[in-house]
Design a protein around this ligand. Structure first.
Ligand code: SF4
Length: 684
């Protein structure tokens, strides 16, 4: 029998819906949903290959235990795997204390699964520490919004892209990173100014009206300078500032020294480029500012994101159609992770630190308040440092591949070797991280299970099972339930009987929060409504924010110089970023799809300017050695003027780049900066 099953794409955060035609449990065809308010019948190449990405020959189909002495792996059944997990983790906790274990999770599972993981570990197994790869992606935006608006609340709808008359993209390359988002922008009939602020001439720049090819990591200086110009010329919305913000006078004093003349050197931009950008806020009706990893992955990411927010607040370009300071999320469920993973915040955007929040969550989940830890525990980088010192002895890594994606791989891999026990749970047993595991647990992919994602515009979207997982692979939800039961976490686990049951628990927890979705009668209503945006279509239309005084707050910091810049030994500036539309992150799934692999280079490459290439005797396709203070790699040269002379760009989808990246973290969000390092380049 044939039927069509609708589900949400599990790659990027745009959140496109797909209709999968299935016959007797076999997917026959996948098409983008025509009536879904996100993608309106469009998809990118990854969405079309959502299921193919789960069909690699090396799918994990059975739990595996690796003997450290012989290196040989042994197949286990699930009872044996659960018993091994429980016995080893409990033994480590007994010897080294409950805090000696931690988990590292993801922004790519449905939020019901994230919440169950965060609950089973922190409320049942005594874990104090757990974080997710959202730390690598959205932590900066989350902290910036929390401090400025009182809640982690990006206020926009994609519709805003279609009505802005000035669109400013900062450290973002949506043409390849968020393709359907980019399509929505291209629908704009207002002939908008499209300004791209990026050191590289990216695919997005090709369609922009202005490119500000800024010096890397000088965005904070530029944004303070724009604010300076706006104040000098009185291009402000004083009424909005007075009625709806706090801290403007301190902010104005802070940006006073940031004159355009002083910014020319640090930013590499001309005074007229800076003045032209400032003028948009004065002459255009609706200016929207959009940022992604070029801002988030910075040593001063939070203050840079807030410098963007400040521009919107001081000019009143917020809370109106087409206006706003908007962070585009990265992974399919990064927003779900921010609110419901029980890592950086207690479930539902609550605070671990607040007794009334602990009491509310405990009551709904049927647990004792004392089972909820009094703080969020350590961040990703702090957990890894604790592995280094021996304070953390066991790690459980779920649905993420840090042995490729974490910064400064030489150090990272040395640290993993110090663990007494490493558990990796993923769809493929072949990821760089899974190959290092003591215990590997095979998981179902997104098309093989049920749940909910939250996309960039705060829309809850349904994830439905369209096929069975292979072999003995189980949904992450089922794995967490089995491990929780084997551990003996308690009868409260019965409330988490299925993803729709978990949805009901989280719905109740969301009640009264800005992310409230309690008006939905049940999970199925997501299908009927075509998704659901918490907070409605647009936040802050009434000028009221989620802070105690309902005012948005201006934040500033001193500009901190980079700790490593090119010098005579390492004369090139390293840039990293996305490679093509057809690749996703560490390529665990896109790397299995033959059709996609035909559209991008299979081996890692570096983009080098033709002038540098000529000088160094490098031609297209030859091997080049790129060396820095933390490691060296050999990749293929791509000679092109996408980068300026003196720069070299490596795409993130290949493992090589992170042997060169500099391990520095934003002090507020603890997000790593992936976007700089000094290297030398030579023909290999
Ligand atoms: Fe999937 Fe993003 Fe492509 Fe949409 S734009 S199909 S969500 S990868």
């Amino acid at each position: 029998m044939q039927k069509t099953i609708r589900t949400t794409c599990s790659y990027c955060s745009v959140g496109c819906n797909m209709d999968v035609l299935v016959e007797d449990g076999v997917p026959l065809k996948i098409l983008p949903a025509k009536d879904y308010q996100v993608n309106f019948g469009k998809t990118c190449t990854k969405g079309f290959n959502l299921i193919k990405g789960l069909e690699g020959a090396d799918r994990g189909v059975i739990p595996l235990f690796r003997d450290r002495v012989t290196g040989k792996t042994k197949e286990l059944n699930w009872d044996e795997a659960a018993a091994t997990f429980v016995q080893r983790i409990k033994a480590i906790q007994k010897e080294h204390g409950p805090e000696s274990v931690a988990f590292l999770s993801t922004g790519q599972m449905p939020f019901e699964e994230m919440a169950l993981l965060g609950s089973v570990t922190k409320f049942g197994m005594g874990f104090r520490h757990g974080d997710g790869n959202t730390r690598q992606c959205m932590a900066t935006a989350a902290v910036a919004y929390k401090q400025a608006f009182g809640f982690d609340a990006p206020g926009f709808s994609y519709e805003d892209l279609e009505v802005s008359d000035a669109i400013v993209l900062i450290g973002a390359n949506p043409s390849i990173a968020h393709p359907i988002f980019w399509q929505r922008l291209k629908n704009n009939q207002n002939s908008p100014e499209i300004v791209v602020i990026d050191p590289r001439a990216t695919e997005t720049v090709a369609d922009a009206t202005r490119h500000l090819a800024i010096h890397p990591k000088s965005d904070l200086t530029l944004l303070y300078t724009i604010a300076h110009i706006l104040i000098e010329r009185n291009w402000l919305d004083q009424g909005f500032i007075d009625a709806h913000t706090s801290g403007f006078d301190e902010f104005a004093a802070h940006v006073k020294p940031f004159t355009p003349e002083a910014a020319v050197g640090p930013t590499g931009l001309s005074i007229s480029q800076m003045e032209g950008l400032a003028e948009l806020f004065h002459t255009k009706k609706a200016v929207s500012l959009w940022w992604t990893m070029g801002v988030n992955q910075s040593h001063q990411g939070v203050r840079t994101a807030q410098a963007i927010i400040n521009l919107s607040l001081m000019t009143g370009h917020i809370g109106r159609p087409g206006a706003g300071p908007n962070s585009i999320t990265g992974q399919a469920n990064a927003m779900g992770s921010r609110l419901f993973s029980n890592t950086t915040s207690l479930l539902g955007g609550h605070y671990f630190e607040k007794p009334e929040h602990r009491a509310k969550v405990a009551r709904i989940l049927g647990i004792n308040e004392s089972q909820i830890p009094p703080d969020a525990g350590m961040s990703y980088d702090q957990i890894l440092e604790a592995v280094e010192t021996g304070a953390i002895k066991a790690l459980w890594i779920i649905c993420t591949n840090p042995a490729h994606s974490w910064v400064d791989q030489t150090v990272f891999r040395t640290r993993l070797k110090k663990l007494d026990f490493l558990v990796v749970q993923d769809v493929y047993a072949s990821t760089e991280t899974a190959q290092l595991a003591d215990l590997y647990l095979p998981a179902a992919g997104s098309a093989e299970k049920t749940g909910t994602f939250i996309n960039s515009e705060r829309r809850l979207g349904i994830v439905q099972k369209v096929k069975e997982a292979p072999g003995q692979a189980l949904s992450d939800f089922e794995i967490f339930r089995r491990l929780g039961a084997a551990w003996g976490v308690g009868s409260w686990l019965d409330k988490w009987s299925s993803p729709p049951a978990a949805f009901e628990l989280l719905k109740e927890i969301s009640r009264g929060q800005p992310c409230d979705f309690s008006e939905l009668k049940d999970w199925n209503e997501l299908l009927e409504r075509g998704g659901y945006q918490w907070g409605g279509k647009r936040l802050f239309e009434d000028g009221r924010f989620f802070t105690a005084d309902e005012r948005a707050k201006f934040w500033t910091s001193e500009v901190v110089p980079l700790p490593e810049v090119p010098d005579t030994a390492y004369p090139f500036f390293l840039l990293t970023g996305r490679g093509t539309m057809h690749q996703w992150h560490t390529q665990t799934r896109t790397g299995k799809v033959e059709m996609l692999k035909k559209m991008y280079p299979v081996e890692s490459y570096a983009e080098i300017h033709p002038d540098d290439a000529n000088r160094l005797g490098i031609v297209n396709g030859v091997k080049v050695r790129i060396a820095g203070r933390r490691g060296e790699v050999v990749v293929n040269a791509q000679v092109k003027p996408s980068v300026k002379p003196g720069y070299v760009f490596l795409p993130m989808h290949y493992p090589e780049g992170n042997y060169l990246t500099y391990p520095m973290f934003d002090p507020y969000s603890r997000q790593p900066s992936y976007k700089f390092g000094a290297v030398k380049v030579e023909r290999a």
